[in-house]
Design a protein around this ligand. Structure first.
Ligand code: ATP
Length: 324
């Protein structure tokens, strides 16, 4: 059994207008997506801004109301509040955010910020609580004098470590990491990603790792879902997505990864332009008449793409021939 199963999740926001403020339409931020996260894995959810990634993350953690669909945890649908309480879901599933400055209360000292989930769920004595907070600071590589400081007294990378310390305080099973390194410099990104991996191994945590950048998730994720317009357009293992991408949108995200090798830059720029041109020219092949992604079809036991079945098979076949 997977740690968590998302079945046909929809989150629609009503649009109200007119004198009576009636609901006239809706924003389909998440429009019927399904995927499973296994225990101990990092699952990547990638797409450009506005594709629905954060709404997905927030609805999994329970911060956003689900319009329809199921989120199955330990065999129970936790979109039902009674199940969520019974399974201690709010303790087991935590979230870290991109903007560490606004997600950490600026008026609270680090001791209180990290202790907050412990106070909600563990009810430790004052001494045990302090000991636990000190352990958590040590785990994320911060000194004990951090206890009495405020968030603005830390760098972005250090604040992200504090966010992780708070998230792991209750020994969660799953952490939703929403663009956890996007606001950081490249060198600090690598440090934070490495220590997130180390913490994952130490605590056996799973991550739902949300990013707009396929370059960032490459070394983190075992399985990846590509999201566009509220739907999943491609889903597969790291190898499927990076080495055998089929959907033009996935290819576009791959082409957007900056090329670090100076000698390869001209070739990379040409590929990027060609993919962009194909994306513009071939919308009718890759999206339905309303411009929405098609339903997913399987091209292998692990690899799914949102295309008409015959087109998906012909692309997969052509891809195999190129590899052969
Ligand atoms: N509370 C809300 N009310 C109405 N529309 C919303 C709300 N929250 C998000 N949306 C819309 O839902 C869509 C998906 O937003 P979401 O934040 O999930 O995307 P995203 O992929 O995480 O993008 P970003 O990386 O920029 O945050 C967008 O069109 C957004 O404008």
């Amino acid at each position: 059994m997977s740690l968590i199963e998302i079945h046909n999740l929809k989150v629609h926001y009503p649009i109200r207008s007119g004198f009576w403020n009636r609901v006239t339409d809706s924003v389909k931020a998440v429009d019927g997506i399904s995927f499973n996260i296994e225990a101990g894995e990092t699952y990547g959810l990638v797409g450009e801004s506005g594709s629905g990634k954060s709404t997905t993350g927030k609805s999994v953690v329970g911060l956003e109301k689900v319009t329809s669909g199921q989120i199955i945890y330990q065999g129970q649908d936790i979109t039902q509040p009674a199940n969520r309480r019974r399974l201690h879901y709010n303790r087991d599933v935590q979230m870290i955010f991109q903007d560490s400055l606004s997600s950490l209360n600026p008026r609270k000292r680090i001791e209180d910020i990290i202790a907050e989930p412990l106070r909600n769920f563990e009810h430790l004595s004052k001494d045990d609580e302090k000991l636990r907070v000190l352990q958590l600071l040590d785990i994320v590589g911060l000194d004990a004098d951090a206890l009495y400081k405020y968030p603005h007294q830390f760098s972005g990378g250090q604040r992200q470590r504090i966010g992780v310390a708070r998230a792991v305080a209750t020994n969660p099973k799953l952490i939703i990491a929403d663009e956890p390194v996007s606001a950081l410099d490249l060198s600090v990104q690598a440090q934070v990603l490495n220590f997130m991996k180390r913490i994952q191994q130490e605590f056996g945590i799973s991550y739902l790792f949300i990013s707009h950048d396929l370059g960032v998730v490459r070394h983190m994720c075992n399985n990846i879902a590509i999201m566009h317009k509220g739907r999943l357009v491609e889903l597969g293992t790291r190898d499927d997505i990076y080495h055998h991408p089929l959907h033009i949108y996935t290819k576009r995200l791959l082409a957007a990864i900056p090329e670090t090798n100076v000698n390869q830059r001209a070739a990379h720029r040409a590929t990027r332009q060609a993919v962009e041109q194909a994306y513009q020219d071939q919308q009718a092949r890759y999206y339905d008449a309303d411009g929405a992604p098609f339903p997913l079809v399987a091209v292998s036991p692990t690899h799914f793409v949102a295309l008409p079945a015959d087109f998906a098979q012909s692309l997969a076949h052509a891809e195999q021939e190129v590899q052969a």
